[in-house]
Design a protein around this ligand. Sequence first.
Ligand code: ZN
Length: 103
Amino acid sequence: MVHFTCDLCGKDLSAPGEGRYVVKIEAYPGFDPTEIKEDDLDDDPMEAVAQILQRDEAALLSEDLSEPLHKGFRFDLCPSCHRKFLKDPLGKDAIRSFDFSKN
Ligand SMILES: [Zn+2]
């Protein structure tokens, strides 16, 4: 039997009747418009953009194992942690309260 615990509070989620929520987060480099150089715009601007997008895709596909460009996270959450996550997916409240406690 697969054993699940909440990744936030550690609650046992394998008991029957316990709700379990899965959160998946993906992080990867976005397209940076500042990469468009004036030289690129000399001929066909649309083609230049297409070339840059291709370059971006190639960068995503080339996997450097020491520092993966594309990173996925998967978390199992209990119903109450899931609710908290939906309210504040990036944990901004937690970061803010941490800053206050330093004063
Ligand atoms: Zn929890």
